[in-house]
Ligand binder design. Structure first.
Ligand SMILES: *Cc1c(COP(=O)(O)O)cnc(C)c1O
Length: 437
């Protein structure tokens, strides 16, 4: 079992554990001649700024997700802004969002004059804590943003039950979890509407791009009207049945974008997206077996635990974007995550503590006055102040203690993965040597 016991850690002048050549195991995305030819085709057709290829990509992406509609955008942030507006978010409204996420899950609300009421995450899923939502709901709460963090599905059954009881929309920010399953169903198809970034760092990676998916015709049409002024054929079918937005018939505004912005996807990106989508299921299946192999090798090692949804049947991490491990210092005599990661780095494994920083403490969500009103946008339009200071969201604030980065393997190559797992095991099993006497 403890084959690594009594080894001297590299941090304490022992020999580094890792000597294997990783080759291209971390390279992403996988780009082949097929991607290059698709992009060159767009250039040769002088069709970079039209919509034909984008519409093909949208159709194929909707089919992959099993949703009625998909709408390509210039990036994920633009898609989130449009989706929030489509959900009825406006000045003085509130959006509930986990604090520990990328800023674009939350910041578009400010641009709409709304406030963000941040909620905490669960220490094991690193996703929105269903027990921390309900007491934040007020008369102006319009939507709950759910992030399937680092590919881990959020507990959607419980979140949807709460939202349903209060008549609030659920917007999935699926930017980390393209192709992930929650109890056999695709993340991004469980709430009212979903948005996924497709920028190059993500698991579905095609440049600067975003996709909105929904089954709801009205939400789709509002997103089209918001930032896709040239697609008036869609918006002009709009039926202004929505009392919440109290928006006049969008067809009345056809020809100009309601949001004042142009959000269309670049067709070179769409062309690459079509190629990437063809290969995506097979490629993430390989990532899943590689990452599960890594964590299976570390099962039972003290202090470090897999961040994966083994509590639910038929649930996966999609493409394991931004792969994290859970760290529990009490199992290692209180050794800090920082010191643990330092020891791993010395063994040859690049890693660092934490994940995204808590957003609820950032000055943008306390002091920023976007509209030059002489008061912060977070309080300028609303009836209550939902800003929160240090200590209010303890799990999010402790993220550098409870999570850390792990290698994101793109290929299932046992020898390389075993070499990495051996380095992790060595540090965890010799952690006592790092404790202060
Ligand atoms: C990357 C990301 C986004 C933003 O997407 P862009 O395409 O970079 O605008 C939104 N939400 C989350 C959770 C992300 O990680």
């Amino acid at each position: 079992m403890s084959t690594e016991k009594k080894q001297t850690l590299a941090l304490l002048d022992g020999a580094p554990s890792l000597s294997v050549d990783p080759g291209d195991i971390f390279d992403w995305p996988i780009v082949t001649r097929e991607d290059e030819e698709a992009i060159l085709g767009v250039l040769r057709d002088h069709a970079m700024s039209q919509t034909g290829i984008t519409k093909e990509f949208e159709k194929e992406y909707a089919a992959y997700n099993g949703t009625n509609y998909a709408l390509g955008c210039c990036n994920g942030t633009a898609g989130l802004l449009a989706a929030m507006w489509a959900c009825g978010v406006g000045a003085g409204d509130e959006v509930i969002c986990p604090s520990m996420t990328y800023w674009a899950s939350a910041a578009p609300a400010l641009q709409l004059g709304a406030a963000v009421h941040f909620a905490d995450i669960e220490p094991d899923t690193l996703c929105l804590d269903p027990d921390d939502i309900e007491h934040r709901i007020g008369p102006r709460t319009r939507c709950i943003v759910v992030v399937h963090y680092a590919g881990h599905p959020a507990d959607m059954d419980r979140i949807l039950e709460i939202a349903g009881r209060h008549g609030i929309k659920v917007l999935e920010d699926n930017s980390h979890a393209h192709g992930a399953l929650y109890k056999g169903r695709m993340t991004g198809t469980l709430g009212d509407i979903a948005v996924m970034s497709m920028m190059t760092g993500k698991s579905f990676a095609i440049g600067e791009a975003g996709m909105i998916v929904t089954d709801d015709r009205e939400l789709y049409e509002r997103c089209v009207a918001f930032g896709h002024y040239e697609r008036t054929g869609v918006a002009s079918n709009y039926n202004p049945a929505d009392k919440q937005v109290q928006q006049a018939d969008l067809a009345h505004f056809a020809g100009l974008p309601i949001g004042g912005c142009k959000h269309r996807m670049n067709q070179t990106t769409s062309a690459m997206g079509r190629v990437q989508l063809k290969h995506y299921p097979a490629r993430i299946a390989e990532i899943q077996s590689a990452m599960n192999r890594f964590w299976d090798l570390l099962e039972g090692v003290p202090g470090i635990h897999a961040h994966r949804p083994s509590q639910w049947p038929e649930s996966t991490m999609g493409g394991w974007y931004n792969a994290r491990g859970l760290y529990r210092s009490d199992e290692l005599g209180g050794l800090s995550t920082a010191r643990f990661c330092e020891a791993l780095c010395a063994e040859g494994v690049g890693t660092s503590p934490g994940a995204n920083k808590s957003l609820h403490l950032h000055p943008v969500f306390h002091d920023l006055d976007i509209f030059h009103q002489g008061q912060p946008t977070m309080v300028a339009f609303g009836q209550r102040d939902v800003r929160q200071g240090p200590g209010t969201l303890p799990v999010s604030e402790s993220i550098t203690d409870i999570a850390f980065g792990v290698p994101w393997f793109k290929h299932d190559r046992p020898a390389v993965i075993e070499a990495y797992a051996t380095a992790f095991r060595k540090v965890a099993e010799n952690a006592d040597a790092l404790l202060e006497p």
